[in-house]
Design a protein around this ligand. Structure first.
Ligand code: LRH
Ligand code: MN
Length: 426
């Protein structure tokens, strides 16, 4: 399924009704607020989100999975689908692979194909939460934390194998998420499983190529429902510090207990220069992995407000890895991902509108009402004309989702691949 640039240009001409007027109105409003609209449009155009290789098919739960038709059955087809996202949005310029779900058979061919779609390889993800066929050891009772030395060794070797594959592809980071934990009190000795995890992570870190980073992802529960070894940001930060300066904490938005103040965690990690990146999604209850901004868009805005502040004031924190981590149980995976990209760019744009100087003064004057007004002024601004302008500037579709539908992409994929194909992943 190839969409060429000219077709998009043609499509934009016919489908940009009102865009010019809306952009002019917004530009005028923002200029009156002393903001540089072109600078904001450029920042939005430069913002690239990595697409998870495990979320290009229909996801499911233990209660079932409904195939979506035209799903990518190979890594090549997955890269072609990310190519469709990237040519329409111009914001999906990277992929995050999960091993062994997406082991490249022909590394050279995969690199060329990704390059042809303008897609680079972001963080690699190891998988020590599922036993693989004819595996000698088991991860049933843990992997890097396991009291069984052979299981720990096996999990460490797997992570080193993932780094090796990533090096060949040009990736520069490894994300480690551990399902390790316990389902019942007394099942684990908390201290020994944490010590094992720390030692295992240090072993992996010491094998990390010099220009690589290690992201340690935390999660409070699931698949273990009594305790998880790396349960929260504090544990992840402690482990990252014990590894070294190129180890960081990765924040998956769905990995927090209800009502956790995630934006405060983000501010804390950026101040300490230990925030590595994100897995963007949204949730109402648990790790629901649903469309970004579909449940708590204001919380996402508040998180981006801390990110924008941190990117301006925390040079000690490296550039962040922006990744989506979602599962599509009922929506077309590509439409769902385009909606997530849109929500991320909207929250980022709104955060760029926050008058940080006025906010600082209002905070110093303890004018609480003014502080909130400054925040909500930005949040209540319809920034969508900025996203459209950024996409138009980058040669993308002004309305990617509408273009995707009008081009009949899903039908073409079903014709090409059939309605029963199944993508590896969650
Ligand atoms: C765990 C997680 C992790 C991935 C997996 C696919 O919930 O967020 O990032 O390895 O999803
Ligand atoms: Mn995740």
């Amino acid at each position: 399924m190839k969409i060429d640039k000219d077709r998009i240009e043609e499509y934009n001409k016919k489908n940009s009704k009102g865009h010019i007027e809306n952009l002019a109105f917004l530009s005028n409003t923002l200029t009156n607020r002393g903001l540089d609209v072109d600078d904001i449009i450029n920042k939005v155009a430069d913002f690239q989100v990595a697409i998870p290789s495990w979320a290009l098919g229909a996801g499911g739960t233990r209660f079932g999975r409904f195939s979506y038709g035209g799903e990518p059955a190979t890594l090549e087809q997955k890269l072609n689908d990310i190519g469709v996202l990237n040519i329409l949005t111009k914001s999906a310029g990277a992929v995050s692979l999960h091993i062994p779900w997406d082991i490249p058979k022909d590394v050279k061919a995969i690199k060329e194909l990704a390059k042809s779609h303008g897609v680079s390889f972001d963080a690699m993800n190891s998988n020590t939460f599922q036993d693989q066929p004819n595996m000698k050891e088991t991860y049933k009772f843990g992997s890097l934390s396991s009291i069984n030395k052979a299981s720990r060794e096996y999990a460490i070797q797997h992570n080193l194998e993932v780094i090796k594959i990533g090096k060949e592809l040009g990736s520069k980071s490894l994300t480690v998420w551990l399902a390790d934990g316990a389902n019942f009190p007394g099942q684990n000795n908390f201290q020994s499983v944490l010590k094992n995890t720390e030692n295992s992570l240090n072993t992996i870190y010491n094998e990390l190529p010099d220009n690589w980073r290690l992201f340690i992802e935390y999660k409070p529960f699931e698949p273990n429902f009594y305790s998880t070894v790396i349960q929260d940001w504090g544990t992840s930060l402690m482990l990252a510090n014990s590894c070294g300066e190129r180890a960081y904490t990765l924040v998956d938005l769905g990995h927090h207990l209800p009502n956790t103040n995630i934006e405060q965690i983000v501010a804390t990690l950026m101040l300490k220069g230990k925030l590595g990146g994100f897995h963007f999604n949204d949730s109402k209850y648990g790790d629901d992995d649903i469309t970004v901004g579909s449940i708590k868009p204001y919380a996402l805005f508040l998180i981006f407000n801390e990110l924008v502040y941190g990117m301006e004031n925390n040079p000690q924190n490296p550039d962040l890895a922006w990744m989506i981590d979602a599962s599509h149980n009922i929506k077309d995976p590509l439409e769902d991902l385009m909606q997530s990209i849109e929500a991320i760019l909207i929250a980022y744009s709104q955060a760029l509108l926050v008058d940080q100087k006025a906010l600082k003064i209002a905070q110093q004057e303890k004018d609480v009402v003014k502080c909130q007004e400054i925040m909500q002024d930005a949040y209540r601004t319809d920034v969508r004309p900025i996203l459209k302008a950024a996409r138009k500037k980058s040669g993308g579709a002004i309305n990617p989702l509408q273009a995707y539908r009008d081009f009949g992409v899903r039908n073409s994929l079903i014709e090409e691949r059939g309605s029963k194909t199944m993508a590896t992943g969650l």
